[in-house]
Design a protein around this ligand. Structure first.
Ligand code: 13P
Length: 251
């Protein structure tokens, strides 16, 4: 049985004071809920203050990115041990905004995922097709290729430690959600690919859906057999709205 996982990706939003204020409003709203494991990914600059605000709660801290070296002359980059030091349990890798705006490729993403596993941080590996690719009938080709490339260096036996986020690029920040059936179709395909790659262990891997997830659609998405959670952007910025999503509440 896979435990649902609901993660907030705050992207480039929230100052330290705003992150702490979010935690103060949010924690009482979810403290009696064990519907899902809850993860918050603030910008790097708010990791420390948010981590302190979350101390003693079961809400986990995540980073949005990492550089796959332990230390060295890599100006402005953040290493896996630095994220451990701040209490991160998860880290996003390969988000479509990193792929599209910063030219990140699968082999670089694979190095990040491995570097995180080596320090005991769980990578959330993001994949997803653009509208153009979907309309050209290339979903399996694109998502299959991203999975294969991004998971290339993941050792067998670590399947309980990795999370996949399927985020169709056309559904991100657009208000257009894939229908639960459309999402399930790709999640089913991802599960099949993971099974080829990892065998039985693939059943342990949680696959999140991302793209305009909100309180109004979370329950229907979660009804699908291969949707194990969500990676939430816009609706995660407000504590009340994200608490509803995290409680998997039908609204
Ligand atoms: P939205 O929920 O704003 O569509 O963003 C999704 C996303 O990119 C999460 O990583």
């Amino acid at each position: 049985m896979r435990q649902p996982i609901i993660a907030a990706n705050w992207k480039m939003h929230k100052l330290n004071s705003e992150a702490v204020a979010f935690a103060e409003s949010f924690l009482p709203l979810v403290q009696d809920s064990d519907a899902a494991e809850i993860v918050l990914a603030p910008p790097f600059t708010a990791l420390s203050s948010l981590g302190s605000a979350l101390a003693g709660s079961s809400v986990q801290l995540a980073a949005q990115n990492v550089y796959p070296e332990e230390s060295g002359a890599f100006t402005a980059e953040i290493s896996p041990p630095m994220l451990v030091d701040l209490g991160c349990r998860y880290t996003l890798v390969g988000h479509s905004e990193r792929r599209a705006l910063f030219g990140e490729q699968d082999d670089f993403i694979a190095r990040k995922a491995l570097a995180l596993l080596e320090v005991g941080i769980r990578p959330i590996v993001c994949v997803g097709e653009t509208l153009e690719e979907r309309e050209a009938g290339r979903i399996e080709d694109v998502v299959g290729g991203q999975l294969q490339g991004s998971l290339a260096s993941i050792p067998a036996g670590t399947t309980s430690e990795i999370v996949i986020a399927y985020e169709p690029v056309w559904a991100i920040g657009t208000g257009k959600t894939a229908t639960p059936e459309m999402a399930q179709e790709v999640h089913g395909f991802i599960r099949k690919e993971l099974s080829t790659r990892f065998g039985e262990g693939s059943e342990e891997i949680r696959i999140q859906y991302g793209g305009s997830v909100k309180p109004e659609n979370i329950a229907d998405l979660m009804d699908q057999p291969d949707i194990d959670g969500a990676l939430v952007g816009g609706a995660s910025l407000d504590p009340v709205s994200f608490a509803k999503v995290a409680r998997l509440q039908r609204s």
